[in-house]
Design a protein around this ligand. Structure first.
Ligand SMILES: *[C@@H]1O[C@H](CO)[C@@H](O)[C@H](O)[C@H]1NC(C)=O
Ligand SMILES: *[C@@H]1O[C@H](CO)[C@@H](O)[C@H](O)[C@H]1NC(C)=O
Length: 145
């Protein structure tokens, strides 16, 4: 039990120290996208206090209308169609608020029906000296025209 709690606690502390989740800075929620076009996705993360090792960043695409046949599910449950599976998040830009970002170009699948779609993010990161594994997820709701 002692061993267990020490391990869990250090992972939780490390995760808390990392503090904020990755998010999609651009496109903003509600932005319009056209099937078949390329868009630039700016993935950002506030810089954390602790050390961490980047492992993987995945972007998915989940068109949905919110009905029971076509539910809008969070990125923690589905990624949908794979748009990007590009290995580590490699932020290159450091702004004055200590937000780090990376631009990734993805192609919106040409088969996407008009309506709404979730652009899904999953970020796998190893936090702290003991490399606690953490999966962070985020979604942005886009309008498909
Ligand atoms: C996406 O945005 C539209 C328009 O605001 C809304 O009707 C729909 O419920 C949103 N979908 C999700 C999953 O948030
Ligand atoms: C991403 O692209 C946008 C638009 O071109 C630009 O304003 C932004 O600085 C870029 N961010 C990074 C991290 O390169």
């Amino acid at each position: 039990m002692k061993f267990f709690s020490r391990f869990v606690l250090s992972t939780l502390f490390a995760a808390a120290a990392l503090a904020q989740n990755v998010y999609i800075a651009s496109p903003a929620a509600g932005s319009s996208v056209t099937p078949g076009s390329d868009i630039t996705v700016e993935v950002s993360q506030p810089d954390g206090q602790s050390s961490w090792v980047e492992s993987a960043l995945v972007l998915g695409w989940w068109p949905c209308d919110g009905s029971s046949e076509d539910p809008c599910l969070p990125a923690s449950e589905v990624l949908g169609e794979l748009l990007y599976n590009g290995g580590p998040f490699k932020p290159t830009f450091y702004n004055t608020e200590n937000v780090i970002s990376q631009n990734i170009t993805v192609n919106i699948p040409s088969s996407t029906p008009a309506g709404y779609a979730l652009l899904q993010v999953a970020h796998f990161v190893l936090v702290g000296a003991e490399l606690g594994p953490v999966v962070q997820t985020f979604s942005v709701n886009l309008t498909v025209v």
